[in-house]
Structures are given as C-alpha cells and as structure tokens.
Design a protein around this ligand. Structure first.
Ligand SMILES: [Fe+2]
Ligand SMILES: [Fe+2]
Length: 170
C-alpha cells in the first residue's frame, strides 16, 4: 500500500484485514457449498437449481478474488491454508448431507443471510473512512442481496409446485 493510500485510511488496518480475511474464508466456503450442491442436487426443480447454483458459485469465487486483492493492497495476506477457512469463517459451511433441492436451497439461504449481514457490517466499518473497501463491500452486498432473493424465490416456487401436485385431481 502506497504512502498516501496509508495516510488517508482512517480505519484500523489490522482489524480491517482480519475482517476481510473472515469474509474471504466465507466466500470460499460459499463457493464450495454451491459448487458441490450443483453436482449432487436431486428432486424438485433440479435443472433450475443447478443452473443457479453454478452461477452463484462463480459469483462467490469472484468475490473471494476481489477480497484477496484488497487484502494484499492493504498490506495483508489472504488466508493461505484452506484448513483455516472453517475456523475463521463466521458464516459457516453446512455440509449438504441431504441432496434434495429444497434442503440445499435452505442451507445456502442461511449462508446468504449471513453474507448480507457480513457485508453490511464491512460497509458500516468503512463508510466515510475507506472508500475503496467500502465500494468493494457494497458491490458484494448487492450481489448477496440478489442471491438471498433468488433462493427465497426457489422456496416459494417449490411450495407452490408441491401444493399443485399434492392437490388431488377431480
Ligand atoms: Fe459471497
Ligand atoms: Fe452469495
């Protein structure tokens, strides 16, 4: 990080790097949750769920990259040992033991809700103090809000579809 860039940063850089590394770890876990979910999914609306999971996996990995770049720019080191991801992450990885689409979607929805809180927190931390990190966190927050909505929509559609098929025909 350049001299001027350091001078203008009004946040505790050590604390910011620590929080960004938590978020970075969470992104890799979220990436894998979607990546593996897209491969093992079975049941209702499978095609749509798989397609969306693949797209989200791509987004989460892209976010991990954005965070890694910013951590390095701030003078930190992104978590280098994947063993540490689960230890550091506050948004936890929920192993998809049951591969039915509804359970998979419910699991990723919890991660997305956690992520929304995570980036809201980073935005609050950086607002007016570190505009560059703020803009990265805000960009990710927008995506996470979209992700949450898309997963909620799946659950609604699944409930409607189930009610339709459960209704005995006259
Ligand atoms: Fe994410
Ligand atoms: Fe997400």
């Amino acid at each position: 990080m350049g001299d001027m860039a350091q001078k203008i940063a009004k946040v505790d850089l050590g604390e910011l790097i620590r929080v960004l590394n938590e978020a970075f770890s969470e992104e890799w876990l979220a990436y894998y949750q979607y990546w593996i979910g897209a491969r093992i999914a079975q049941g209702q609306m499978r095609k749509g769920v798989v397609e969306e999971f693949k797209e989200h996996a791509h987004d989460e990995r892209e976010q991990a990259e954005m965070l890694a770049d910013r951590i390095i720019e701030l003078g930190g080191t992104p978590v280098i040992n994947p063993d540490d991801w689960s230890k550091i992450a506050k948004c936890k990885y929920d192993a998809p033991i049951k591969p039915d689409t509804k359970t998979l979607v419910e699991q990723v929805l919890q991660s997305e809700r956690c992520a929304v809180g995570r980036y809201q927190g980073i935005c609050d931390m950086c607002f007016g103090k570190d505009y560059k990190t703020f803009h990265i966190a805000e960009k990710i927050l927008r995506k996470e809000i979209e992700h949450e909505q898309e997963m909620e929509d799946f659950l609604k559609d699944m409930t409607v579809a189930k009610a339709y098929y459960d209704t005995p025909s006259a």
